[in-house]
Design a protein around this ligand. Structure first.
Ligand SMILES: [Fe+2]
Length: 324
């Protein structure tokens, strides 16, 4: 049974879990908590092992958008979630749009958690699994750009940016003629990992609503290199994926960062990522400005064709988006 509220020691740390993702679980393997008031600590909602029927979660979801798990329980919870999510993603009775939403939700939970962690191996392992599932969902062309676009726009959370980008970059790669599932999976993984280096940027800078100082801007510009340095020794990532991390802010003209390389020096996967990264940055809500429409974003991206971005890639992205 749901428990009457029990205050938890203030030192306990919690991870936020969107209620919608709990629909994939038959029961919880860890204690779940809810927060009545943002100023207060979460309180116990139900014990580990408590069955989570659809109705119960449905009712809960109407007034609580998220529950919490203890950070110390997160590894168990995440494993349980990954197993049930896999089954949900293969359930053909669920519309593809719902499956993508669940996936995105799960990715955002994982990323939120991983960004708090120093251990990068864990992050890489999770993104690989999830990236494989992204590709699976896109197979058979069931997800049109319009549907994809609408769903990803639901959540403007900063963490969701990389899942948007992973979804977008696969869509773009397919439009450009990539069709090898292994290659697509690698590209999706690169998309999920591309901003890993932002963990090194203080959140006060990432969430700043006013103009960045030159020093803060220099700090932001470190993130491709920081991400690359975290990843380059791993034997489960290949060159193209690392270049997606390292080169996604480079411009064909040489005016990008961190190095200022040009045209042929930029890996094709990084060129694809650059387009969808900016597209998502423009169409998503950011602390310093409101989102713009996809048509306006396409126009802005088109203005950079040939100088900032590869022309063919921009044209392909516009044509994918115009299928809406
Ligand atoms: Fe970036």
């Amino acid at each position: 049974m749901p428990q009457s509220p029990i205050a938890i020691a203030p030192t306990t740390e919690f991870i936020r879990v969107p209620t919608s993702i709990l629909r994939t679980l038959e029961k919880t393997c860890v204690d779940l908590f809810l927060q009545y008031d943002k100023a207060e600590l979460p309180v116990l909602y139900c014990d580990a092992g408590y069955p989570l029927s659809g109705d119960r979660i449905q009712n809960l979801a109407s007034d609580q958008e998220a529950l919490f798990v203890r950070a110390s329980d997160y590894a168990d919870f995440s494993q349980d979630l990954a197993n049930s999510l896999e089954a949900a993603l293969e359930d053909e009775r669920l519309p593809v749009t719902n499956r993508y939403e669940l996936l995105q939700c799960a990715v955002s939970v994982e990323i939120e958690h991983s960004l708090r962690m120093v251990n990068c191996d864990y992050y890489v392992a999770q993104t690989e699994t999830i990236a494989g599932q992204i590709v699976g969902l896109f197979d058979g062309n069931q997800v049109l750009p319009a549907e994809l676009f609408d769903i990803v726009r639901h959540d403007h959370n900063t963490f969701v940016h990389v899942t948007n980008v992973a979804g977008y970059v696969i869509l773009l790669a397919k439009e450009l003629g990539y069709n090898d599932p292994d290659e697509l999976e690698k590209i999706a993984i690169g998309g999920l990992l591309h901003d890993l280096g932002k963990r090194k940027i203080p959140s006060a800078i990432l969430n700043k609503t006013s103009r960045l100082t030159p020093q803060e801007w220099e700090c932001i510009k470190q993130h491709p290199q920081a991400g690359y340095e975290e990843l380059y020794l791993r034997d489960n990532l290949d060159h193209g994926q690392l270049m997606m991390v390292y080169q996604h802010h480079e411009h064909l003209s040489g005016k990008g960062y961190p190095v200022g390389i040009t045209e042929e020096e930029i890996h094709p996967w990084a060129k694809m990522l650059a387009v969808v990264d900016v597209f998502d940055a423009l169409t998503g809500k950011r602390p310093y400005r409101n989102p713009i429409s996809s048509d306006e974003a396409l126009e802005i991206v088109a203005r950079g064709a040939g100088t900032q971005f590869d022309k063919e890639i921009v044209a392909c992205w516009a044509s994918a988006m115009q299928q809406r």
